[in-house]
Write a protein that binds this ligand. Structure first.
Ligand code: DP6
Length: 357
């Protein structure tokens, strides 16, 4: 694809502008693990957009005479210069696509709905909220921009901040990466899966068990790098492709047995890649494995379609239909919360994506 269609020709305005946007986190069903420059995925990924695990970001654009962009970043009300290198790298990646930004000083104030040290990856919601806010400014400068063009460019910009952030713009199901199964799919931005989604998936539940709240010994970005010389990389990308092929009809039919099998296999394959990287590493904790066993036993005994997935960490996402919420939350309260750090867990569900507040 030629990404020149994302280069704005808008002129900056001499007036200040403020916008507040929210974007959710997301949980991948088909995992993105492995990428090439510029942040393009080695395989197509698919995720549920979440609803209440969100970042809210206020952007304040002040016109400045000099034509060199500057910014300040506050998190939960406190100036955080330690985030500047990551934000600078992000703005350097995207400034060619939003050249109007050179005429502004940008004040960024962010907060998360979930606890900071929960072990929940916040880069997806943070980068998506920031990108949607930038697109609100671009929409003001270019009123003719369509909703779809805005969403696709917000996803494109978010991707350059963090790959998985590309999938936090809309919902409830987002697909990122070119695939023969969807004509409009792209490596450059994620798109919502709209047609023929079985209603069971439009209200799916995600209860996040906070098994470990500490910071991870190996970041996702480092993990992606380790896929370059990984002995099983080619096979893994093929597996993800096959899983997507199998999952697409399941999302239509609502075959929950098939769904659970693919989703759990993806989670364990992701962690298998970590365990077989060079150097190898482990992000699961003993309690992660204990909960997985419990989920399998519960499913066998009750026939309730509860399954798990993992992101790049020890926490467990319990995925299940809305109809089973009461039974699953009883299991969490009576048993699974004992495996969580300080008994903490988050109750979430699929959501519709980012929005202006
Ligand atoms: C395991 O998007 O966090 O959550 O692109 O380097 O920012 P960067 O990585 P990131 O990787 C997410 C990996 C994952 C799987 C997924 O979300 O698909």
């Amino acid at each position: 694809m030629d990404d020149s269609r994302f280069i704005s020709s808008a002129e900056a305005l001499p007036t200040p502008f403020t916008t507040i946007c929210e974007a959710p986190s997301n949980i991948a069903l088909i995992k993105y693990w492995g990428k090439s420059a510029p942040q393009l995925p080695k395989n197509t990924s698919l995720s549920f957009t979440l609803d209440s695990s969100i970042t809210r970001t206020a952007l304040n654009f002040t016109p400045q005479k000099s034509t060199s962009f500057s910014f300040e970043f506050y998190f939960e009300g406190v100036l955080k210069p330690e985030f500047n290198p990551k934000l600078e790298a992000y703005f350097n990646q995207i400034r060619a696509y939003i050249p109007w930004i050179e005429n502004y000083h940008l004040l960024i104030k962010s907060q998360n709905s979930f606890p900071h040290s929960s072990g929940i990856a916040s880069s997806a919601s943070a980068m998506a909220a920031l990108s949607v806010g930038l697109m609100e400014m671009e929409r003001k400068l270019t009123p003719s921009l369509s909703e779809t063009a805005c969403s696709e460019k917000a996803s494109f910009l978010a991707r350059l901040g963090s790959g998985s952030a590309a999938r936090s713009i809309e919902g409830p199901l987002m697909l990122w990466g070119k695939t023969e199964y969807l004509k409009k799919s792209s490596d450059y931005y994620a798109i919502p899966l709209k047609a023929d989604i079985n209603p069971v998936f439009t209200t799916y539940q995600d209860t996040i068990l906070l098994v470990d709240k500490g910071s991870k010994p190996v970041s996702s970005t480092q993990g992606h790098q380790l896929m370059h010389k990984h002995p099983y990389a080619a096979q893994r990308f093929k597996q993800a492709k096959n899983h997507l092929k199998e999952l697409m009809p399941i999302l239509k039919s609502g075959d929950l047995a098939g769904f659970m099998q693919i989703v759990e296999s993806e989670a364990l394959s992701l962690h298998a890649m970590m365990m077989t990287s060079k150097p190898y590493y482990l992000l699961m904790k003993p309690n992660t494995l204990a909960v997985i066993e419990k989920v399998w036993n519960f499913r066998k005994e009750t026939r309730i379609p509860l399954c798990f997935t993992l992101d790049a960490g020890a926490n467990i996402h319990l995925l299940y239909p809305l109809a089973d919420k009461k039974a699953v939350l009883e299991l969490v309260e009576s048993d699974l919360k004992n495996y969580c750090n300080q008994g903490d867990y988050l109750i979430d569900q699929v959501g519709r994506g980012a929005k202006k507040v």
